[in-house]
Write a protein that binds this ligand. Structure first.
Ligand code: ZN
Length: 489
C-alpha cells in the first residue's frame, strides 16, 4: 500500500488525498508544447515539475500512464480564436511544409527535455494524428445542441453551456463579469459571442493545413485536441490533468466544458497547475529582450547570462521553488543554484570515504531525514522542503567526515538510498558527466589551434611546435594542411 499522497486540486482549491480510479494505477495528462519555435525557459518548468511528479508516483509504487501531447495544428497566434495558426504562419514565412516545422521543433524539444533529464511520456500523441476523433467529438457536441455551425466553422455555445452547467468553475471566472468587462472586437469572425470558441475552423485559402469534414475543408480548434486525446488514451474519466497556469484560462476551461458535454461533470479528478517563470521580476517576452531559449541557457550565449549553465543546474534551480509558487530567474540565482547542487552531490563522494564500522549503533538522524523528505514530496510535491532535508543530510555527512568518525552500516545504507531513490530517482539530479563537457573541450581545442595559427603567421615556429607537442601529450593529434589545421582525439 503506497503512502498517502496529497495534491492541490485547482478545481476544489484544496489539497486532496490522491485516490486513483484504479488502485495502484495513475493516469496523467499534461498539455505539451506547440512546436513552432525553440524550446525556452518557459518549457523547462512544466517539463521538470511533471517529470518529478511522475517519478514520485512510480517510486510510491504506482503504474503510471503519462500522456503529453504535441500541438501541431489549431493553435492560433493570439492564443484564442483569431489570427493565423502558429505553425501555418511559420511554415508560410519560411517556405517550408508545416510538418517540417513540426518535425524540427519536436526534435529540439525532445533534446532539451532529455538534457534536463526528464523521462519521455508514455504516449506523446499529436493533434494532427487525431483529426478523425476530433471530428467525431465535434459531431457529438453538435448533437447535444451545445455547438452551432456557421459558414463552415463550428463554435461551442458558451452562453448556453453556462445556463446549464456554469462556465468558469476551474478558473473561478463568471461569464457575466467577463461579458461586462470585455469589449467585442469588430469583425472578428462569425461567432455569436466573443466567448464562444472554435471547435472547427473553415480554412482560409492561404491556410496550408486542412482536412475534409462534414462542415468544410478546415482544421480543428486548439482546445479540442486535449479533450480528444485524454479520453482516447486515459478514458472518459481519468486521474490527473496538469499544465501551466497560463493554460488555465481559456484552454483548460474550454477543455472542461467540452468534456462535461461529452463525458459528464467529473471527467478529470485532479487538476494541477504549475506557476510560471519570471525573469528578473518580469514576464518573459520577446519584446522585453529577456526571452531565453534553453539552448542559449546551456551555452551561455545570451546578453543576460555571464556563463553557460548545465541543464542539471537549471533542473535544480526549478526544484528549489514549490511548483505552485513564483520562480524568478536571474543569472545570479542560477550561479548560486549551481554551487548548491555541487555541494549536495559532492557530499556523496565524501560519504563513500567515511569508514563504516560494523556493530556501531545507527543514529536516528538519517532515518528522520528520509521520512521528512518523503513527507514533503507527498505533501503536494514540496520539493524545496525535500531539498532542505537533503542539504541537512549533506551537512551531516560533511560533519561526520570532518570529525573523522566512522558510521554505522545502516546509516551508510540510508544515506546511499536517499541519494539513489530521492536525489537521483525522484528529483532526477545527477552528476555532470564527462560527455556533458565535450562541447567545452572541443571549443577550447579550437581556440588553442587559433592561437597556434596566429603564432605561425608570425613565424613563431617554436611556439607553434610547443602547442602541438602539448596537445599531442594530451592525446590530441594535429594535422596541418594547406586548407588549415585538422585535429582528432
Ligand atoms: Zn491542452
Amino acid at each position: 500500500m503506497p503512502r498517502d499522497l496529497f495534491i492541490y486540486n485547482t478545481l476544489s482549491r484544496e489539497k486532496e488525498k490522491f485516490q486513483p480510479l484504479v488502485p495502484g494505477h495513475a493516469g496523467l495528462y499534461v498539455c505539451g508544447p506547440t512546436v513552432y519555435g525553440d524550446p525556452h525557459l518557459g518549457h523547462a518548468r512544466p517539463g521538470v515539475v511533471y517529470d518529478v511528479f511522475v517519478r514520485l508516483l512510480k517510486d510510491l509504487g504506482y503504474k503510471v500512464r503519462y500522456v503529453r501531447n504535441i500541438t501541431d495544428v489549431g493553435h492560433l497566434e493570439n492564443d484564442s480564436d483569431s489570427g493565423e495558426d502558429k505553425i501555418n504562419r511559420k511554415a508560410r514565412l519560411e517556405e517550408l511544409e508545416p510538418m517540417e516545422i513540426v518535425q524540427y521543433y519536436t526534435i529540439r524539444y525532445h533534446q532539451a527535455m532529455a538534457a534536463l533529464n526528464t523521462l519521455p511520456p508514455s504516449i506523446e500523441p499529436r493533434a494532427s494524428g487525431h483529426i478523425t476523433e476530433q471530428i467525431a467529438m465535434i459531431q457529438q457536441i453538435l448533437d447535444t445542441g451545445m455547438a452551432y455551425e456557421i459558414n463552415g466553422s463550428v463554435y461551442f455555445d458558451v452562453e448556453r453551456y453556462n445556463r446549464e452547467h456554469r462556465y468558469g468553475i476551474l478558473s473561478r471566472r463568471v461569464l457575466e463579469d467577463l461579458q461586462t468587462n470585455t469589449r467585442t472586437l469588430d469583425g472578428q469572425d462569425d461567432k455569436r459571442s466573443p466567448f464562444d470558441f472554435a471547435l472547427w475552423k473553415k480554412a482560409a485559402p492561404e491556410h496550408i493545413m486542412h482536412w475534409p469534414s462534414p462542415w468544410s475543408e478546415g482544421f480543428p480548434g486548439w482546445h479540442l485536441e486535449c479533450s480528444v486525446m485524454s479520453s482516447k488514451y486515459l478514458g472518459q474519466v481519468f486521474d490527473i490533468h496538469g499544465g501551466g497556469m497560463d493554460l488555465l484560462f481559456p484552454h483548460h476551461e474550454c477543455e472542461l466544458a467540452q468534456n462535461t458535454v461529452t463525458r459528464g461533470e467529473h471527467s478529470v479528478r485532479y487538476w494541477m497547475h504549475n506557476n510560471l517563470i519570471t525573469i528578473n521580476g518580469q514576464k518573459m517576452g520577446k519584446s522585453l529582450g529577456n526571452f531565453i531559449t534553453l539552448e542559449e541557457l546551456f551555452s551561455g550565449k545570451h546578453p543576460l547570462l555571464t556563463q553557460a549553465f548545465h541543464p542539471m543546474t537549471v533542473r535544480f534551480f526549478i526544484l528549489q521553488a514549490h511548483y505552485r509558487g513564483p520562480l524568478d530567474f536571474s543569472n545570479d540565482a542560477l550561479v548560486a543554484a549551481g554551487k548548491g547542487l555541487k555541494r549536495l552531490l559532492q557530499a556523496r563522494l565524501v560519504l563513500k570515504k567515511i569508514p563504516v564500522q560494523e556493530g556501531l549503533a545507527a543514529s536516528d538522524t538519517l532515518a528522520e531525514m528520509e521520512e521528512k523528505i518523503y513527507r514533503a514530496l507527498c505533501d503536494d510535491l514540496n520539493t524545496p522542503v525535500a531539498l532542505a532535508a537533503l542539504f541537512d543530510m549533506a551537512g551531516w555527512i560533511q560533519a561526520t567526515s570532518d570529525a573523522r568518525k566512522p558510521i554505522a552500516p545502516q546509516d551508510r545504507d540510508v544515506a546511499e538510498r536517499i541519494y539513489d531513490r530521492v536525489a537521483e530517482g525522484i528529483l532526477g539530479l545527477k552528476e555532470e558527466t564527462a560527455q556533458d563537457h565535450l562541447p567545452l573541450v572541443e571549443g577550447l581545442i579550437e581556440m588553442i589551434l587559433e592561437l597556434r595559427t596566429r603564432a605561425r603567421s608570425r613565424k613563431e615556429w617554436s611556439e607553434s611546435d610547443r602547442i602541438r607537442d602539448r596537445l599531442s601529450d594530451l592525446g590530441v593529434k594535429i594535422k596541418d594542411s594547406k586548407d588549415g589545421t585538422d585535429w582528432e582525439f
